[in-house]
Design a protein around this ligand. Structure first.
Ligand code: PLP
Length: 359
């Protein structure tokens, strides 16, 4: 077997916290074992702390971040429902695809890739939408969208936020901001392997659920049983090892403290962005809206995108990401997420890049 150490500085997965990796070695338990149930309960309690919510309906959905996206839409929108969706990157596009498959009438509010959505444009797009959805941290561009302003101005609409690349990396305050539905992923800033989607929904959204979602597996009316203490019953087999790992990863985040984790992401992102500019590179995401946990930078003219990424991986064991869609070959996406967000990794990447680019 080949064991290779990598510094994972792509758009995800990040390097997990050591505690999260070690937890995979826990002896297996049955999914109805009281000892497992206690770990699941504590995991959900930790999720509420990280989401900053008191929502009873908070759980790790089985599946990656996209399963959380799917769960959010299939449970809240049905045929003919009007859904306003902000689109300024790949994941906003994916939301439109998922909502359309639910039969929703999708009203798109676009902004150019690399720039933020206008919150007022989202609020003004339709007089009475059922739902307004947007991506908090657009991993395809490195741009932060203003979820808070949309949630504060929502009136009767529900607000759905994709927090896959924001939770654990930058402030997310579900109850404080008034976000009704939110989902995340384990492999971005939470510092755990891919495989679960932390999810939360408030009472208002719960009341507005569609009666029979088209997905049996992701029907929150049934998954809800999975998470609710005394009345818990079998729905599907919990991914035990992943839940052990998430439990431990959330423990690491909460031991460090949410504020300290945000500050670590902020300072690493800032050092990385300053360092790239010192190398004469141009950052892509609009200034003032740049995510610390995902930095995008233009590939300089005459430089072979793929060759640079290959050298970083082969010579230094560092993975960074390329652009997607129209931006393939034109930008690099550099993550500083979870346990990867360390100054030593930033320094290593900057010096490796300087060598490879001859700067
Ligand atoms: C990664 C990501 C997703 C999808 O998550 P998967 O774990 O790949 O299914 C959704 N939204 C955003 C913003 C992401 O970065």
């Amino acid at each position: 077997m080949v064991l290779t150490d990598r510094v994972l500085m792509g758009p995800g997965p990040c390097n997990p916290y050591p505690e999260a990796t070690a937890a995979f070695c826990r002896p297996m338990l049955g999914h109805l074992d009281p000892e497992f149930i206690a770990v699941l309960d504590e995991t959900i309690d930790r999720l509420r702390q990280v989401w900053q919510t008191a929502n009873p309906l908070t759980l790790p959905v089985s599946g990656t971040g996209s399963a959380g996206m799917e769960a959010a839409f299939v449970n809240t929108v049905g045929p003919g429902d009007v859904v306003v969706i902000g689109v300024n990157g790949l994941f906003g596009e994916r939301m439109c695809d998922v909502a359309s498959r639910c039969g929703a009438r999708v009203v798109r509010v676009e902004a150019a890739w690399g720039t933020p959505l206008d919150p007022q444009a989202l609020l003004d797009a339709h007089p009475s939408p059922k739902l307004i959805a947007l991506v908090h941290a657009e991993t395809s561009t490195g741009v932060e969208n203003d979820v808070r302003s949309v949630a504060e101005g929502k009136r009767d609409a529900l607000v759905l936020a994709d927090c896959v690349t924001s939770l654990g990396g930058i402030p997310v305050d579900v109850d404080g901001w008034g976000v009704d539905i939110a989902y995340s992923g384990t492999q971005k800033c939470l510092g755990v392997s891919p495989g679960l989607s932390p999810f939360t929904m408030n009472e208002r959204a719960r009341q507005c659920r569609v009666p029979t979602p088209q997905s049996w597996y992701l029907d929150l009316g049934m998954i809800g049983d999975y998470t609710s203490g005394a009345t818990r019953k079998y729905h599907h087999t919990a991914p035990i090892a992943m839940i052990f790992s998430l439990h431990a990863g959330l423990g690491a985040v909460l031991d460090e403290g949410l504020e300290a984790a945000w500050e670590r992401h902020r300072s690493c992102g800032k050092a990385l962005q300053d360092g790239l500019e010192e190398l004469g590179l141009k950052l892509w995401a609009a200034e003032g809206h740049r995510l610390p946990e995902l930095t995008t930078v233009l590939v300089p003219d005459g430089v072979d995108d793929a060759a640079v990424r290959r050298s970083l991986l082969a010579q230094y064991g560092i993975e960074i990401g390329g652009g997607v869609g129209e931006w393939a070959g034109r930008v690099w996406r550099i993550g500083c997420m979870g346990n990867t967000a360390r100054m030593a990794n930033v320094t290593l990447l900057l010096s490796a890049l300087a060598k490879i680019l001859g700067r």
